[in-house]
Design a protein around this ligand. Structure first.
Ligand SMILES: *[C@@H]1O[C@H](CO)[C@@H](O)[C@H](O)[C@H]1NC(C)=O
Ligand SMILES: *[C@@H]1O[C@H](CO)[C@@H](O)[C@H](O)[C@H]1NC(C)=O
Ligand SMILES: *[C@@H]1O[C@H](CO)[C@@H](O)[C@H](O)[C@H]1NC(C)=O
Length: 146
């Protein structure tokens, strides 16, 4: 459902991107938040995802034409969220399998979208949309915690 809601437009909008990119984007609709039960696991998962997103947005952004103020604001919020999550008690040994997939996923995003597309404005736009999907999904996960 969330895939349809927030990721489906990419297929139309960027209809002629390579299948690789599309399948990669499809994975954003995947189930990496599945099977996360205990509260501490969720904290850790949120924390790690925010951390990975932060890292992703550390890349070369020269080509980006987004509103600078909004971008800074967004990055500040990420930083703030990360600090807050870090002060929570996270699970020390998060379901390693999910964690590994999460890291691999962001690594792929970095390598196959940002680097491969040379940190172009277009690449960043894909990252922006994908991140939006992720944050929405994190919001749902967080909403289930209380
Ligand atoms: C899609 O294809 C059109 C025409 O072939 C091209 O002008 C455009 O830049 C392409 N868009 C993307 C996102 O590759
Ligand atoms: C949050 O993520 C960072 C980076 O991976 C890690 O060093 C830290 O221990 C994590 N904190 C929690 C509460 O999971
Ligand atoms: C990648 O971008 C850099 C600067 O942003 C440019 O100098 C270089 O020619 C580009 N490479 C390709 C393959 O587009």
């Amino acid at each position: 459902l969330h895939k349809v809601l927030c990721c489906c437009w990419i297929r139309h909008h960027y209809g002629n991107l390579s299948t690789e990119h599309l399948s990669l984007l499809d994975q954003m609709g995947g189930d990496i938040t599945k099977q996360i039960a205990p509260f501490e696991d969720k904290v850790r998962f949120l924390n790690e995802t925010i951390y990975q997103i932060k890292k992703l947005f550390d890349g070369n952004m020269k080509a980006v034409t987004w509103d600078k103020k909004n971008l800074d604001y967004f990055l500040n919020i990420l930083e703030h969220q990360f600090e807050n999550l870090n002060s929570c008690q996270g699970s020390p040994n998060l379901f390693m399998e999910n964690y590994r997939r999460l890291k691999q996923y962001f690594k792929k995003l970095n390598r196959k979208v940002l680097r491969k597309m040379n940190y172009s404005a277009q690449a960043w736009e894909l990252i922006r949309k994908g991140t939006q999907c992720h944050l929405q999904r994190l919001g749902i996960l967080a909403g289930q915690m209380y």
